[in-house]
Design a protein. Sequence first.
Length: 767
Amino acid sequence: MPILPPRLDDRSFDDLLEDLLARIPAHTPEWTNPRLGDPGRSLLELFAWLGDALLYRANLIPERQRLVFLKLLGQRLRPAQPATAIVSLAFAQPSELAAVTLAPGARIKAPVPFETRAETTLLPVSAEAWYKRPLAEADSARLAEVISGLQRVHRIDGAARAYLATPLFEGGQAATDGVDVFAASVDRALWLALLAPAAARPAVQAATHAAARSALGGGDSGATALLSVGVVPALAPPALFEDIGPRARVPVLWEVVTRAANGIDADYLTVEPLPGEAYDTSAGLTRPGVLRLPMPDEALIWAPSNDVGANPRAGVGDNPPRVDDPERAARLIGWLRLRPRPGSGADSLKLSWVGVNAVEVDQRSTLAGRVLGVSAGTADQVFALPAGSVEAATLRIEVEEPGRGYQRWHEVADLAAIAADAVVAREAPAFELDAEAGTLRFGDGVRGRVPERQMRIRLASGRFGGGRAGNLPPGSLTEVAAAVLVGPPRALPAIKVLQPLAAAGGEDAETLARAEQRIPALLRHRERAVTAEDYRRLAQETPATEVGRVELLARFKPRERRFDVPGVVSVMVLPARAPGPAPNPRPDRPFIERVHAHLAARTPLATELYVIGCEYVALGLAVAVVIRDGFGRDAVLFEVRAALRRLLWPLPPGGADGGGWPLGRAVRERELEVEISRVAGVAEVAGLNLFERARLAGGDDWRLLPRSAADASQQLALAPWQLPELLSVLAIDVAAGSSGAPDSLAALPNPFADETAVAVPVVPEVC
């Protein structure tokens, strides 16, 4: 029988009242009519209500014991995770021409609290990304004479290659799919045009240029100005069974355009991002982040003229692209070029967004200078922080000590395991932190010091917050609400915020019910992956990751597609939802990296661990059905397609058993026919054909699967690491007695088309 927590007393208010009413004849026989509203009955109802409240409290004892057991295991609720994003800052008023430096923690106006994570310098410039897009072959052939004439005009001895100066990320909008700025350009480079603000009058535009260039070069301060460049690489899904580990930094050069010796052409000064993760959070352009580039003196920052009359070399050769827009050209004060490092072999860099004056923000709030309470001098004191879901790395707790003032105390994972030396453990200024609840627990004088009596405990600083509410769409963050300026005191200017990409990564704090569900799994795996179930449980518990399905392929080496390799464990994971336009859910690189990092710390030392996605095999279906009388044709065909997709879906509740289509299980025609026949309104399955993707001379196309000689049925065979991906379903209704499904997945002919003529679009002539 199942083990269920007992209810100490299961009587309700009505049960207690009926019991009291039943005792009336035995105790007060003269009371013959205890009707509603009678004063005596009202007293009985009051006692029944009091008894019901007491029983409710008594029945909480089993629940309390479960919570105490969870606490004894040392398992705390997981705190909320904050959403993060990269934004670009700009002065709201173009008259602001002096650089300002914002300290970390600047508050962003948003539906939920957001703050900047690092110091950033806001310069009075904006940037636009450009690249030299080569002409298509047809356009090059059509303009051959023009290109030849330009070759003579510019006195180009070798071959001339025409290009179009093409802007990227116009209006600050990101390109979700990304643009390969190296492979798609003539010179394998990305150009950032640095623009000064538009002056109120054309006569003062030159002075505005000088002020913006001075701020960009550091001015008279003698300090080097830092340009914050935000970069969001387009992280493609990892290749099938690709090894997951630290990615190699992209070898690139950042260069600032300066004037060449001839006064016409451009020369280049190399600028390197400052060393350290604090100055390059992109890890060498391998993840979204911000680089801080030290800029040269303003006298060296230059932009060639775009006027062909004044500068016949505009946009020619190694010069920056020619900007023909007069408004942009009038504001141009410099160029920044990003290109591969010579000899590195880097030939591809796919970016979703690039911008300047960038900074990383996350969904947290900084709280500081709060007194949490006064010590009573007793053991195991607990103090509450101002909020829950604290970022432990930023928490700074100070305890007042006699004659010394506030002294910093440090967090430890377990007060009972501070040190083996009893003296060290007794004197350790330490505390335990429950990050989700926002509470501190101090020692008992044996395991950690006890704060002196009447001494105050203070929160010096800490960051709090997180949750799914912070996963805001692009454009939700609009302006800086408050900030602390670094440097000479001045009023905070109005600063607007450009959010090109959605904030992502926010996750709510773990609920008590979810934590209780983890108790049996925790007792089994004890944070160590040994059995197959351990790997599945631990993968599903990866923080801030919605894992939809986990499969274990023991002794399978993915890169070699080989089983029975000793010491190898491959864990196949799929996200809980499809992240992009792909029909089936595919894990992206950050998803696999999070799961791999979570499992790698819990696997035995000699285990060779791989975290992989599955290999999808494309499948197409053509089905013919006979529809029962009284059922709508379109509704039945829709349900047929939906039933097939449910059966072949890789995540629960897909598949025949509700766990998703099994790995490596062949897709058989007979099984699909059974599923179709279960759809309400289907009288008969008149035919079914299965198709696979075939690589043909004209491109990929659908090919009919061969039928078995034994029973004339079809099946799509799958390897143990493969799943089907239903990409096309052609469902038609036929008359009773008909047989055969379409032998092609091509669309049915349009009955309204003219069979004797071909429709041809006409392009109107433009004067």
